[in-house]
Design a protein around this ligand. Sequence first.
Ligand SMILES: Cc1cc2nc3c(=O)[nH]c(=O)nc-3n(C[C@H](O)[C@H](O)[C@H](O)COP(=O)(O)OP(=O)(O)OC[C@H]3O[C@@H](n4cnc5c(N)ncnc54)[C@H](O)[C@@H]3O)c2cc1C
Length: 394
Amino acid sequence: MSETGFGFELPPHLVTLRDTVEDFVRDEIVPAERSIPPEARGMPSDLIARLQDKARAIGLWCLDAPEEYGGGGLSSLEFVIAAEAGSKHRFCFPQPGGGAFGHPPPIVLYSGTAEQIERYVVPSIRNGWYGFTAIAEATGGSDPARAIRTTAARDGDSYVINGTKMWITHADYARYGVVYARTENGISAFVVDAGTPGMEVVRSLPVLRDHWPTEVRFDNCRIPAGNLIGAEGKGLELAGKWLQRARLLYAARAVGIAEESLRIAADWARERETFGAALATRQAIQFAVAESRIDVNAARWLVWEAAWKHDRDEDIRLQATIAKAGAVDAASRTVDRMIQIMGAMGLSRELPLEAWYRDLRTAKILEGSSEMLRIFIARAELGPAASARNPKQT
Ligand SMILES: Cc1cc2nc3c(=O)[nH]c(=O)nc-3n(C[C@H](O)[C@H](O)[C@H](O)COP(=O)(O)OP(=O)(O)OC[C@H]3O[C@@H](n4cnc5c(N)ncnc54)[C@H](O)[C@@H]3O)c2cc1C
């Protein structure tokens, strides 16, 4: 830290946190992933349970969840550093550690009542329960305020939910989920227990990435009125409040993947010989490595800056959006280049690069698609002019 109080080096406690997580990933998670067949789409639950026991024993459990509910209570900066380190392995989507570091609840529940926190947040952290978040529908995910057709009608002490949610992650083994539905005065968020009559996980939806989402149907699904989270009609505002943290996680994970793919391919380039010399001696390879180093470092600064501002209680809507868009794109370019450097081995399922390539392509659609993020950034830059109607448009 310089005399001005401004510095670019991590203080010792953050170095220790990063190294502890990185060591766990390298010594425990990577060997566990290597022990399962290359065609597997995730780690089996008994393997995850064993990893969870070990991670818990050294304090790597639900790191970003508030301490008062049993989580690690990390600040945003601490969390992105842990998330980057915790993502240097194959099944780091949808969660760093593949679930080994626990499953913090859908974060809008932190805005719930004391009873909701007691009933869902605390046991999720204590027992590793999964919870799902259901916003998207077949009618679209980018513009939920208009697209959501699922309804929740008040009936005495209950709400009755009807509709179908698409692309929902974790619903097939979650204990509960947060469901966004249309009420009289807007979109509201509700917590729904798995197994409630009328709620059915209809099918898995095979997609590019290994972890498949699901279709979830609600057919006269009656839930207690007390399952409303926050105020009626304010569900999307609530989701927006927590979105920044989710984007930071995506961005940090992208940086971790990019850094690790660079390390793997650089090692390869030093050893692999073609035409009598190591690949590392070829300028085409050097440029790919150099471009990637520039990408990774720039992305990391975007993430750290957003997290640092978050910890200072600044409004980071713009910063987190830039970080997510920048880091996912930088990581996508990097992994693509590193696969190219490694040739067939880069595409092989013996290594995680091909999975990361698919994960990062998927990440351009989730937690704000590339286009939605750019619209937000452009509006912040251009002001009202960006929203004015183009007179040439009809
Ligand atoms: C693997 C996976 C897991 C998912 N998990 C969940 C989950 O757990 N919970 C959940 O609720 N949802 C989940 N989703 C859904 C996800 O949130 C949506 O796919 C996402 O919001 C985009 O919605 P859409 O696919 O309906 O695309 P659309 O909203 O139909 O958009 C289609 C394309 O058009 C672009 N576009 C839209 N509007 C504009 C515009 N004005 N200008 C320019 N371009 C525009 C979009 O960026 C996108 O590229 C998941 C999806 C996948 C693939």
